[in-house]
Design a protein around this ligand. Sequence first.
Ligand SMILES: Cc1ncc(COP(=O)(O)O)c(C=O)c1O
Length: 303
Amino acid sequence: MPSFAFYKNEFVPLSEANMSVMTNFIHYGTGVFEGIRGNWNAENKRSYLFCLKEHYERLHQGCQVLKMELPYSVDEMCRITVELVEKCGFEENVYIRPLAYKSAEALGVRLHDLECDFTVFAFPWGPYLPDKVRCCVSSWRFPNGIPRAKLTGLYVTNALAKTDAIETGFDEAIMLTSDGYVAEGSGENIFLVINGELVTPASYDGILMGITRNKVMELAEAELGIKTVERHVDRVELYNVSECFLTGTAANITPVSEIDNRRIGDGEIGQITEKLQNIYSDVIRGNNPKYLNWCTPAKRKGR
Ligand SMILES: Cc1ncc(COP(=O)(O)O)c(C=O)c1O
């Protein structure tokens, strides 16, 4: 089944959504992206797009940072995305990649006087990480004083950290802030279970304010009565937690079994992590009526 893209204001086969090598954003990282999951629900034959509006609100905030005035509102981008997924018609989990970018075919390092555009495409994508992951703390640190929006150019540090981790035999990297506090994974936020409570780095650590992170905190409190403390986390604290997991649109909730070659808990999926995984997995598939308003349905046309 072919994938489609919304590109230059129309739907085209993904293979035809190609841009010129002169495009400004390719050279200077002047783009803002999102990752959205469409979770396939086989029983009622539709995909549920999780937190669609929140993703476009965050994209919009990133556009402000890069001085981009998109020709589409948040609501219009949501509508385009639903139409795209319906047009693709995949009967499996999909990943949706919106991108706002400096589309001018003009070189020169700047943000001003450059046109911008918006594209979005979808494709089938299963799990991003293994069922449980071995992590290392990376020697690559966040650049200081840079907005933590999903700016394409910022991800080079994350790519350095991820590849270093993989090439030294781990599954994922945990990055520290420039002050040496725990920040996040290369594409996920991090949670620790300490004395039965959740602990996660705070917004003042300069992390990306993950949408999954917010929803996990809400679900932990509402469904399990577990509060989350947002604070600085020291690297050494990681070694003595009873459970640790990563959250993200791509990773969902992924348990961490080891950090820097030290086993976390008994090295298996922790009890709280497992409960949250089960709750989350129902919610994102539209199987929990209480949280159905977090999901936007998309149904293949003609079914
Ligand atoms: C660096 C980084 N941190 C955290 C996250 C998790 O964010 P979200 O839950 O909104 O996908 C992501 C993924 O988008 C990311 O790239």
